[in-house]
Ligand binder design. Structure first.
Ligand SMILES: C[S@@+](CC[C@H](N)C(=O)[O-])C[C@H]1O[C@@H](n2cnc3c(N)ncnc32)[C@H](O)[C@@H]1O
Length: 222
């Protein structure tokens, strides 16, 4: 049985994990562009396909499993995806340091681990506190792209995201139909093949919300 990719020796995005303040992402990518973040990118099917489909986007994928983070970073370099960077880290630790308020055009959060055991529930990424931070980091009009295979977790995450101020254009608690134009994630491909349901939501931050800038970009890693 295969257990994922071999561990590549070079850490992914080490220059970013040590930063205390957000880098100048336009300088990192070598050009300005909408900055998008993926939390828990896993085997990277979505990140690689999305970066190819949207070459104008500057895409940052965070994944704490070294094997996956390093393999996706390697694939991005091999395929010439200069608009994709992978950061090998705990998203809870690095997101507050790497992104300035109102800097993100979109956040992708797909098939988060459900952490069934009660003792593991504190590992859930989308706490009210973290969701509040993500709301602050989204630019006015920014998109939150949520996907899950666990319906009740999906509803709970929708409640949390709506509670912190995101708007669901389809109505509170409503899931979004599948969009054939959107790339599927590695995990999603598995569910689509087996016919298991996938619950999607596309929430927006109001274009009218004003988020005071705090600090702004200051450091640019080599
Ligand atoms: C079920 S997988 C889904 C991966 C991918 N989004 C997909 O749809 O194929 C969840 C991923 O989130 C990652 N993850 C969970 N908590 C994380 C955290 N705090 N920081 C970074 N990655 C995390 C896991 O390692 C795993 O790769």
């Amino acid at each position: 049985m295969t257990r994922g990719p071999l561990l590549r020796p070079e850490p992914a995005g080490r220059a970013f994990t040590e930063l205390l303040t957000p880098p100048d992402w336009a300088a990192v990518f070598g050009r300005a562009g909408p900055l998008e973040l993926e939390l828990g990118s896993g085997a990277g099917g979505f990140a690689l396909a999305y970066a190819a489909l949207h070459p104008e986007v500057n895409y940052v994928a965070i994944e704490w499993r070294k094997k996956y983070a390093r393999e996706v970073e390697h694939q991005a370099r091999t395929r010439g995806r200069s608009n994709l960077r992978v950061v090998e880290a705990d998203a809870r630790a690095v997101v507050p340091r790497l992104f300035a308020p109102a800097s993100l055009a979109a956040i992708h959060f797909q098939f988060p681990d459900p952490w069934w055991k009660r003792s593991h529930q504190k590992r859930q990424l989308l706490s009210l506190e973290f969701a509040t931070l993500l709301f602050t980091l989204l630019a006015p009009g920014g998109l939150f792209d949520l996907r899950t295979d666990v319906e009740d977790r999906g509803r709970a995450m929708l409640d949390t995201l709506e509670a912190v101020g995101l708007t669901n254009p389809l109505g509170r608690g409503a899931f979004h139909p599948s969009d054939p134009e959107e790339p599927v994630s590695s995990r999603e491909r598995r569910y689509l093949a087996s016919g298991e349901p996938v619950y999607r939501a596309r929430l927006r931050k109001s274009p009218l919300v004003h988020t005071p800038a705090a600090g702004g970009p200051s450091v640019s890693p080599a």
